[in-house]
Design a protein around this ligand. Structure first.
Ligand code: ZN
Length: 251
């Protein structure tokens, strides 16, 4: 099976369209989305529609669930809160209902999906240290756990019997083609595909992962898109200017 893994689209239709076009060149069997489809960007409804059109299995991110009141707006800083209030106004009842129904975790074959951490999906914690990663990998019941939320790509390989992390990849060149060679009986993997719509690793290009479970490979790809058009829409919508500015620098 070949999976496309998208995360943190954040209403950026220009980025999502470019990624989808790139994925059309592959034979993708299943589209997966790790949450934060909306919030920050100017096209929340269109992004939800694109995901639905490809039958993506989607879990809820903090922005998605906050849109429907399942997470308080006081959880967010001012810019995000302003964007969320704007986003709510853009969505129909049906679209909001779709967000309300998103599960916080999902399993798809050998893959477990979550936005923040598997330990406390409802808290939307950021994965920032190895102790959290180990806790998550111990909890994971499938070969791989896929997560988003930090907007930074990451690959971790874990040896279960030895309870230790044996490989950590964060560099773009290394993440472009990762062989998953370990014995599935003893290994667990953690993969963050980075962010489609608001990358924060200094590379403004959209980020997406392709996981091929037959070839046993993970590839994090960067896709250029029309950043200026996405910025223009954010400014025209009256959303905080910072949300447009940051897209150009990928921070
Ligand atoms: Zn996000």
């Amino acid at each position: 099976m070949k999976y496309a893994v998208l995360s943190d689209i954040h209403g950026n239709l220009e980025a999502l369209s470019a990624v989808m076009e790139r994925l059309n060149a592959e034979r993708i069997d299943r589209y997966l989305c790790l949450g934060d489809v909306v919030g920050y960007g100017a096209d929340p409804a269109a992004c939800l529609e694109r995901l639905e059109a490809c039958g993506a299995v989607t879990v809820g991110g903090n922005h998605d669930v906050a849109c429907v009141g399942k997470l308080g707006l006081d959880w967010f800083h001012d810019t995000a809160r302003a964007a969320l209030e704007w986003t709510r106004e853009q969505l129909s009842f049906a679209e909001l209902d779709g967000l309300r129904r998103l599960p916080l975790t999902a399993t798809e074959g050998p893959l477990t999906l979550v936005h923040g951490t598997l330990t406390h999906p409802e808290r939307f914690e950021y994965l920032v240290d190895f102790a959290q990663a180990v806790e998550m990998l111990e909890r994971c019941r499938t070969l791989m756990c896929l997560l988003g939320h930090t907007h930074v790509p990451l690959f971790i390989e874990y040896d279960r019997p030895q309870r230790r992390i044996v490989r950590v990849l964060t560099v773009a060149e290394e993440l472009r083609d990762v062989a998953v060679q370990g014995d599935p009986a003893t290994r667990r993997y953690l993969v963050n595909p980075g962010s489609v719509g608001q990358p924060r690793d200094g590379d403004p290009r959209a980020s997406v992962a392709i996981i091929d479970t037959d070839q046993r490979r993970v590839a994090v790809e960067r896709v250029p898109y029309d950043v200026a058009a996405a910025q223009r829409k954010i400014r025209q919508a009256g959303l905080p200017a910072f949300l447009a500015d940051r897209l150009a620098i990928g921070r």
